[in-house]
Design a protein around this ligand. Structure first.
Ligand SMILES: N[C@@H](CCC(=O)N[C@@H](CS)C(=O)NCC(=O)O)C(=O)O
Length: 231
């Protein structure tokens, strides 16, 4: 089935499952966000690693069937509903399990402001810089652009954390999960968090949450990203 033709009705040929399935890749912070949310929510899940070196049309058939955009992560929930886009998945999980969310309607709105900010800002700066420095170099001009954007994004995050333990609420939410997704990998991009101690302290608070695991401990092994691969 062409993934582009899938609609949001779910997967009709997947029997009801006892645990959700997460299609992931070991180098994908977007996949890590979802895996981490499931861990922090104490929801057992099955993980299937997708080799991102393969052209999209050669990725496994079961993945292509559920992946609307051809990317990881995709979550197939216990009802067989396939959800794409990390922040849409986080929203789905928070509503489904009633965890890692704001306690009031206003707080839930604040949480989703961060999901939108992350998708438009943070996910567009640091992850690209890290990918360029670790896997496929994109050149000095782009790296300088991403670095400047990342610094502004880190400033914004640090401002939000001034006097606050977590981003949107007093307790951790999916806002924290999405924003921390790539930030356990700052060393891979040669980025020092010293100018942003509030971020380093916040990451430490997240590390100490029950169920937390580091990205490479949580994400299933998958074939290493080959030189030249772009995501
Ligand atoms: N906006 C998407 C981004 C997903 C994304 O960029 N996935 C990358 C890995 S981190 C991917 O699957 N790349 C392979 C490809 O595009 O073929 C999300 O939040 O889930």
């Amino acid at each position: 089935m062409d993934s582009g033709s899938r609609r949001n009705e779910g997967i009709t040929n997947v029997a009801l499952m006892t645990r959700p399935i997460l299609y992931s890749n070991r180098e994908s912070g977007h996949s890590y966000k979802v895996a981490l949310a499931l861990r922090l929510m104490d929801v057992p899940f099955e993980q299937r690693a997708v080799d991102l070196n393969l052209p999209r049309e050669r990725r496994p058939e079961d993945f292509r069937r559920v992946s609307l955009f051809g990317e990881v992560p995709v979550l197939v929930d216990e009802d067989g509903l396939a959800v794409c886009q990390s922040n849409a998945i986080l929203d789905h999980l928070a509503r489904r399990y009633g965890k890692l969310d704001g306690a009031t309607p206003a707080a839930r709105t604040r949480v989703r402001e961060w999901l939108a900010w992350e998708a438009n800002r943070l996910a567009m700066s640091f992850p690209h810089l890290r990918f360029s420095r670790r896997f496929t170099p994109a050149g000095e001009t782009l790296e300088a652009y991403w670095t400047a954007r990342m610094q502004a994004d880190f400033d914004r995050l640090a401002l939000a954390l001034r006097g606050n333990a977590f981003l949107a609420c007093d307790a951790p939410t999916i806002a924290d999960v999405t924003c921390c997704g790539y930030l356990f990998w700052t060393d891979q991009a040669g980025v020092d968090l010293a100018p942003w101690p509030a971020i380093a302290e916040w990451l430490q608070r997240i590390r100490s949450l029950p169920g937390w695991q580091a990205p490479y401990d949580l994400l299933l092994a998958s074939p290493p990203i080959e030189p030249g691969t772009r995501t």
